[in-house]
Design a protein around this ligand. Sequence first.
Ligand code: MN
Length: 280
Amino acid sequence: MNGPNFVTYGDSNYFGIMEINIKQINKLYPNSKIFVGDVGLTTEERKRIKKLKNVVIIDLDKIRELRQYFYNPKRAFYEKLFKLRKYKCARFFLNRFFPMKCISDIIYKHLISVKPLVIIKSVLISDETPLIFMDGDTILINKIDELLSGNFDIGVTVRSKEDQKTCGKYGKINAGVIILKCKNNRKINFLTDWLRKMLIEYANEVSLAEQDALNKIIYGKYLDKTNLKFKEFDGEIYNYSKVEKGFDRSKNKVLHLKSGRFKDKELIEKIKKEIYNDKL
Ligand SMILES: [Mn+2]
């Protein structure tokens, strides 16, 4: 079986965790490519990441090349002229008449677009291998080959019923781990649709836009229209966050140090000890 390849991204805050994760991926999948989006690493950190095996750095400044996928100059003109973007009803009409759903420069730079953009850029330079997206605060601690078998295009990780209660209306899926298994052109379609959704509906918000938009397209009519098959995977196994309570490599294969856990040095030392002591 080919691959999978991996993609992640982060700035200096995520450097430590990303370094651990890249080493883990190399240990478990020595022939996989690892695309790493540099969204604000220092020169020194970037050098260190670059030196690790199989790493391909994805530059965000060059990501502007991608605007051809979204940019609609006509719509940008009207938005600017009438400052329409702010108004919900204006957005409705813009979306109707300019279905390209342009994003203006300001929104384009918006933080919320970073995740899908890094993945899109990775797909564009990747072969047809399945691609696993991992947040910058995640660590792979066991092989996940089973994620790649089965008949589906996009795989997502679902929170436990218990956790879903506290995660709002669109919190079923956590966007920290995503499996993209379909052909690259369909991966791009999915990613650009996701990006558009978040830019259109969440242009003025940052927090959780990507997650809400992902949940909306997965559980909306979107998949019926696109013929994409999606599959839910157990978040306790592939996107496990209660790391401070301990973990078990066969039950929790991907750790997600979300909600600031990745800043907890003690916790990270504990994790390192467990994953390095134990022979894989
Ligand atoms: Mn995260």
